[in-house]
Design a protein around this ligand. Structure first.
Ligand code: B1M
Length: 227
């Protein structure tokens, strides 16, 4: 337990390791304290996110896959992850710069995984994008209505299940049916998604992680604005 440990005395790798242990155990308050400690040391929010929280979640994912952890424990870990992300969110989002473009993002129908999608949203905000986050379990109608209302440059879809990723194609078809396909650049991501799948469903870009999503989005905006 981290309250028995002098966090300030830990090296950075050990601090991140402790963050991972506490994330694994679903100890939200401890994770929050460790995030604050890392930030106090001048570690960037991005590093804390990737080397601390996301790395910790990878271990949870592996043990979930291997039947060592079960849904209630993973939910607690996800809650702890979100507590850490909530501290980093304003830092990642605060650029002060004018908005460079707009993204609508959501997790597709049938899927309630939102940690990666929220990470993408945060990083995009941090890169100066306005982000409309539709949440989870979004059906085609919700995506279409959001595209009509917000007229984004980018429509992002996230899926974490092999059973829900095919729904991305349904949304792309709905964009076509509503004459919206050429109005937005479609980004897809999530653990089971890959480039080949993105090509098959005629998405514009597969983004392996949030950093790739940001880089790709910047390029898309440059092309759209003729820069
Ligand atoms: Co779920 N789950 N889960 N789960 N869960 C996975 C995905 C799974 C791989 C676990 C496993 O077996 N190893 C497995 C899917 C297997 C498969 O489909 N082949 C699985 C399963 C089976 C299930 C349930 C069916 C379990 C059950 O009920 N029996 C169930 C389904 C519920 C549903 O959605 N209908 C379920 C439930 C849950 C919880 C609710 C307990 C919880 C979600 C909590 C939440 O999100 N609020 C949960 C979790 C936490 C996971 C794991 C452990 C972690 C996911 C995560 O947050 N990773 C996951 C195992 C794993 O992925 N290794 C697992 C951290 C996050 C930062 O990574 O989301 O991949 P990720 O995002 C990355 C990239 O993928 C990318 O950027 C991020 C990094 O920068 N990215 C994008 C993501 N979206 C993007 C969009 C973009 C661009 C990039 O552009 C638009």
């Amino acid at each position: 337990m981290s309250d028995e440990i002098d966090l300030q005395a830990l090296s950075l790798p050990d601090l991140f390791q402790q963050m991972g242990y506490d994330l694994y155990d679903g100890l939200a308050e401890e994770v929050e304290t460790e995030v604050h400690e890392a930030l106090r040391r001048g570690i960037t929010a991005y590093e804390v996110m990737t080397d601390g929280l996301v790395a910790g979640m990878d271990v949870v994912g592996a043990d979930f896959r291997d039947g060592i952890l079960f849904v209630p424990e993973v939910l607690m870990a996800a809650k702890a992850m979100k507590a850490g992300m909530a501290i980093l969110q304003p830092i990642l989002a605060d650029t002060g710069a004018p908005k460079v473009g707009k993204m609508v993002i959501g997790t597709v129908k049938g899927d309630i995984h939102d940690i990666g999608k929220n990470l993408v949203a945060m990083m995009m905000e941090g890169a100066g994008f306005e982000v409309v986050n539709l949440g989870v379990n979004c059906d085609a109608e919700k995506f279409i209505n959001a595209v009509k209302e917000h007229q984004p440059d980018i429509l992002g879809m996230s899926a974490l299940l092999t059973t829900t990723m095919p729904y991305m194609k349904v949304v792309i078809q709905a964009l076509k049916d509503n004459d919206l396909r050429n109005k937005v650049s479609v980004f897809v991501g999530g653990a089971p998604v890959n480039g080949e799948f993105a090509e098959d469903i005629e998405a514009d870009f597969y983004c392996r992680d949030a950093a790739v999503a940001v880089e790709t989005a910047k390029k898309v905006i440059a092309i759209r604005r003729g820069m």
